[in-house]
Design a protein around this ligand. Sequence first.
Ligand SMILES: Nc1ncnc2c1ncn2[C@@H]1O[C@H](COP(=O)(O)OP(=O)(O)OP(=O)(O)O)[C@@H](O)[C@H]1O
Ligand SMILES: O=P(O)(O)OC[C@H]1O[C@H](OP(=O)(O)OP(=O)(O)O)[C@H](O)[C@@H]1O
Ligand SMILES: [Mg+2]
Length: 282
Amino acid sequence: MLRIAVPNKGSLSGPASAMLHEAGYQQRKESKELVLVDPDNEVEFFYLRPRDIAIYVSSGKLDIGITGRDLLVDSGADAEEILPLGFGRSTFRFAGRPGTATSIEDLADRTIATSYEGIVAKHLEDRGIDASVVHLDGAVETAIELGVAQVIADVVETGTSLRNAGLEVFGEPIMKSEAVVIRRTGADGDDPKVQQFLRRLQGVLVARTYVMMDYDCRAEHLEKAVALTPGLESPTVSPLHNEGWVAVRAMVPAKDAQRIMDDLYALGARAILTTAIHACRL
Ligand SMILES: Nc1ncnc2c1ncn2[C@@H]1O[C@H](COP(=O)(O)OP(=O)(O)OP(=O)(O)O)[C@@H](O)[C@H]1O
Ligand SMILES: O=P(O)(O)OC[C@H]1O[C@H](OP(=O)(O)OP(=O)(O)O)[C@H](O)[C@@H]1O
Ligand SMILES: [Mg+2]
């Protein structure tokens, strides 16, 4: 059985379970369930705090896990990222009251509150800045108003929490994060069970970002049409019963689909259809 750690709470929990479900795995029905065995797929899921997942995976007791890149780095655990998953995106940044600082050099001798002490301490050390770091569990924006710190370092997604607290980001982003699949550093990369799991998740990622496009066009326009829809390998081209016409089928990025349809139409293509992809293996 492949043993996989999944976030049990927080921003990553729902989207991680949704992705696993889309990939054909059973997922827990109750948020209190801590372990779920999916015998058909020979997988056992452990629902753990996202912050703890890298530690479990680095111990070798679990084969792989889903967590945030920032949480992986912050933990300092002996685990590595093997597949980015495209959800739970955030940026990790310094912030303070307007005028507090313009760059990281201004942080010398300041106090910085954060829930991600590992990332902040390393970032400061790499740049030779001597500042104190105070660890707080959450709601770090309030640390400034209450005088516990002059600066915070926190996850920023929409920026609403900072705005509401009257704070502004400064300096370069410390890191960009998203949900990632991790494994123990140096673990067997060819393990067929792990490879199959990754292929399923990659299939979901492709199904989410691509659509299938079908259209008919005159054979003399085929080269220009195919340049607009090159597909992943190469488009399928089939003859139509009407002489001089062909049917083309190719995957295209979903975000570009409407523009491509306009361009194909302008080329003379007709019966242009897009359909969702529910699952795929590349
Ligand atoms: N708006 C967000 N707030 C917090 N974390 C976010 C957000 N968007 C994405 N993330 C990512 O989610 C992970 C943090 O998850 P975690 O469950 O520890 O905190 P949380 O989502 O803030 O939940 P909690 O309610 O327990 O504070 C990090 O990888 C972080 O980058
Ligand atoms: O940029 P935004 O979209 O506002 O999102 C970022 C905020 O969300 C998280 O807080 P959360 O609500 O999880 O509370 P916490 O600080 O107690 O973890 C994070 O710690 C930031 O405060
Ligand atoms: Mg939080």
